[in-house]
Design a protein around this ligand. Structure first.
Ligand code: FES
Ligand SMILES: [Fe+2]
Length: 396
């Protein structure tokens, strides 16, 4: 960080990054490629275990274009299934969450147990023998846990979740992530492409411009260290200012009785934020950790979910400090999201020639490289590809 603060130029071996093609945010074909090859080939955050703590608890997933649910089985396992009845495809789960000893399709009443096995078929006599119910269970989706965080993947090839997370998983051992408790999930919607939205959270170059009173007083963006990991994941570590007590978040924490979370030495001293490819960013502070997720609803509409996690407060209501803290986050989010619709207009405009990224913004460039890799570069029209420049900077 001291080195970054003192430098007068990017490191001499750092390449100039070619501007990103505006079409990456506007082109229908590119959006279709993402839909077909990206989202189904990665691990995606689904829920926290506390959202379905008991056998029979189920939860409809809110991942766009994936009709699926999680269910806590009678055997204690959490599983994910497509929300598709094996008979004619009606949904098994329609409520956002609930508890049931079995799942009965309300169309023709086929019934499944909490492990997804088909256990009862109405008028089974009408299906010619041999009719093997054991082959007609619900279709499972891969579902694995990172601490108490539950992730799903439609890919059969992708490596196990914690292996795929690699260095991020190892780093997180110091954070005692099992002790974090979900507090609230906030949703925001923006009329722009999901990548434009996420790009805004992958750098701190913008903090003096749009967060002069909220984030900027506590961070020294000029000392930020960006680390690139395999599989598209990254980390940012940013020094805090010499007068961190001016930070709004710290003031709120002191005023509001929020218990501290375990963050280890580095994340307690500096601002640390990881990006789990493709769409999860997890900043942390003394009092809370967030999962920010960027979901494409359409090519030009994004839902941002911000899941807040805090230290366990025991029985009863959450500490009063949370109200002010969540309001503070709303202010920061409004600051961060304010230009995105304009930028979406810009990338459509003839007046915009390319999306320029500096050394400080290299995590954005790397995320785009990883998106192309996930899609398969040969699928992407040449004019829309990112020219890979950052492979040699990846920390193994
Ligand atoms: S579609 Fe579910 S029982 Fe017919
Ligand atoms: Fe910001």
């Amino acid at each position: 960080m001291a080195w970054e603060q003192a430098r007068e130029n990017p490191p001499p071996d750092f390449p100039a990054l070619p501007p990103l093609a505006p079409g990456r945010y506007t082109n229908d074909e590119f959006y279709e490629l993402e839909q077909r090859h990206l989202w189904s080939q990665v691990w995606l955050y689904a829920a926290h275990l506390d959202q379905l703590p008991d056998p029979g608890d189920y939860l409809l997933l809110e991942i766009p274009n994936l009709s699926a649910f999680l269910i806590h089985g009678a055997d204690g396992e959490i599983r994910a299934f497509y929300n598709v009845c094996s008979h004619r495809g009606a949904p098994l789960v329609r409520a956002p969450s609930g508890n049931s000893a079995s799942l009965r399709c309300t169309y023709h009443q086929w019934t499944y147990d909490t492990q997804g096995d088909l256990i009862a078929v109405m008028d089974e006599r009408d299906f010619p023998a041999p009719f093997d119910k054991s082959c007609l269970g619900l279709q499972a989706i891969r579902c694995e846990r990172w601490g108490n965080w539950i992730f799903v993947s439609e890919s059969e090839q992708i490596e196990p979740l914690t292996k795929w997370l690699g260095a991020i998983n190892s780093e997180f051992h110091q954070f005692e992530i099992e002790k974090l408790r979900p507090v609230e999930i906030k949703h925001y919607e923006v009329q722009c492409n999901w990548k434009l939205t996420m790009d805004a959270f992958l750098e701190v170059y913008h903090i003096n411009g749009i967060h002069p009173k909220t984030v900027a007083p506590s961070l020294d963006h000029r000392g930020a260290v960006m680390t690139l990991f395999p599989n598209g994941h990254t980390r940012m570590t940013c020094p805090t200012n010499a007068t961190p007590k001016q930070s709004g978040a710290r003031q709120l924490q002191q005023a509001g009785s929020m218990p501290r979370i375990t963050n280890g030495e580095i994340a307690s001293t500096y601002h640390v934020s990881h990006n789990v490819f493709p769409n999860l960013i997890t900043p942390t502070s003394d009092s809370a950790r967030q999962f920010l997720m960027f979901w494409p609803i359409t090519k030009t509409r994004t839902r941002v979910d911000v899941a807040h996690f805090g230290a366990d407060w025991g029985a009863g209501e959450r500490p009063s400090g949370w109200e002010a803290y969540l309001e503070f986050w709303d202010v920061i989010m409004a600051e961060d999201l304010q230009f995105l619709e304009w930028q979406q207009q810009a990338v459509l405009s003839k007046g915009f020639k390319g999306y320029r990224l500096s050394y400080m913004e290299r995590r954005i460039y790397y995320a785009h490289e990883a998106i192309d890799k996930a899609i398969g570069v040969s699928h992407i029209p040449e004019a829309l590809r990112v020219d890979p420049r950052l492979a040699r900077f990846i920390e193994q």
